[in-house]
Design a protein around this ligand. Sequence first.
Ligand SMILES: [Cu+2]
Length: 119
Amino acid sequence: MVLAPVEGNPAAVYLDLKYEGDRAVSLSRVAVEGAESAMMHEYGEYDFKVQMMEMLPVPLTKGTEVSFKPGDKHIMAMGVSPELKPGGTTEVTLIVSGGDKQSVPAKIIAAGGEREHSH
Ligand SMILES: [Cu+2]
């Protein structure tokens, strides 16, 4: 999880996931501990400009891999608590259709350590 340069701005979370379940589902929601809300974003062209938009649910079948990375799909966390500090960890929860959840730990790093995410 990469914090915004300005406290209170959205943070971006990047991760790779591989779905190992037997049941076909779709990844529809995400939650980040310590953030008021979180959503999945991707970049797309709209009105001849590349901009961020909310992602549609991602269909997952056994073996599907999805990566959230800078400049591509990402998880955006809004209303990030000041308690989340660089060097710490938080928990990211991926929620699929039907309500199954999977939580993974995410390391918190300061902005600028990686490519910055801007709006
Ligand atoms: Cu975004």
